[in-house]
Ligand binder design. Structure first.
Ligand SMILES: Nc1ncnc2c1ncn2[C@@H]1O[C@H](COP(=O)(O)OP(=O)(O)OP(=O)(O)O)[C@@H](O)[C@H]1O
Ligand SMILES: [Mg+2]
Length: 272
């Protein structure tokens, strides 16, 4: 079955680059997962990364904020420039990098023993943004509002985070990332475990976030990529299952006039 995919976004007018991947390759032990990925992410835009399972989308995302290296035997080469500075430079503190480049995972993963409020203030508190309880509370409320979950949790901020629904937990995790005031937000299939209404809420909030955050989202949902992103990258594994970027460009063009036949095959559902 072929579905019509409607793209909603025009290319943003900004050409400032927030984050730039230069020839990024990554390995797990001897097994190479991605090769030579070079992509520029435009400030305040939403970029979708799509591609079949196993082509290295998650691995690439994890290279963008140095979380990849926390996996045993993991290795990376290439450069990732955040505002022009290579985050892999030995002088750059990975903790600061991860604060500026936040991440939201496929499954909501709130800190299980903490309350809703504690989940959001944990980051600002432990990274030393402030110790003042009133300020921390303000940061948390602001982040919860930006993550479009405040109204649903305002009267139970001290309840356990795990008492929330899956969709609420995911928005809490988005709030937790936003509380650190990141420049870039990486989202790995953030709605794949959610119902359609929660998905819609997260899509709407992503669009609002892009006003001041650069959003990079991995998704298997082509309609979602078409609906919410300004730019789309298509990744594919080669015969050795090493992933690389086949095509990248404005979402509208990728979905209407893909240049590579493999991109076309993927978006028309012929494989993947
Ligand atoms: N922790 C790990 N240790 C060893 N190999 C891994 C690890 N994580 C991923 N891989 C391998 O790296 C390759 C890329 O995996 P990755 O998770 O990045 O793919 P993906 O495109 O995100 O897939 P999916 O769409 O299923 O999430 C796969 O071959 C996978 O088996
Ligand atoms: Mg993945």
């Amino acid at each position: 079955m072929q579905t019509t995919i409607v793209t909603a976004k025009t290319v943003s007018t900004s050409t400032d680059i927030a984050l730039s991947a230069r020839s990024v390759s990554a390995w797990y032990g001897a097994k190479q997962a991605i090769r030579g990925v070079s992509l520029d992410f435009i400030k305040n835009s939403i970029t979708a990364i799509m591609g079949p399972s196993g082509c290295g989308k998650t691995t690439f995302l994890r290279c963008l904020n140095r979380i990849h290296e926390s996996a045993l035997t993991a290795r990376t080469s290439g450069e990732v420039l955040l505002d022009g500075v290579n985050i892999y430079d030995p002088e750059v503190n990975p903790v600061v990098t991860r604060r500026r480049i936040g991440m939201v995972f496929q499954r909501p993963n709130p800190f299980p023993t903490m309350s809703i409020l504690e989940n959001v203030i944990a980051g600002p508190r432990y990274t030393g943004m402030t110790k003042d309880p009133r300020e921390l509370r303000e940061i948390a409320e602001d982040a919860l509002r930006r993550a479009a979950v405040y109204d649903e949790v305002a009267d139970k901020l001290n309840s356990p985070a795990l008492a929330l629904s899956g969709g609420q937990q995911q928005r809490l995790c988005i709030a937790r990332a936003l509380a650190l005031q990141p420049d870039v937000l990486l989202m790995d299939e953030p709605t794949s475990a959610l119902d359609p209404l929660s998905t819609l809420k997260i899509e709407e909030l992503m669009e609002r976030l892009a006003a001041d955050v650069t959003v990079i989202i991995v998704t298997h949902n082509l309609q979602q990529a078409a609906r919410i992103s300004h730019y789309t990258g298509f990744m594919l594994g080669d015969e050795n299952r090493v992933g690389s970027v086949v095509e990248f460009g404005p979402t509208e063009r990728i979905f209407t006039h893909p240049k590579d036949s493999r991109t076309e095959d993927y978006i028309t559902g012929r494989f993947g």
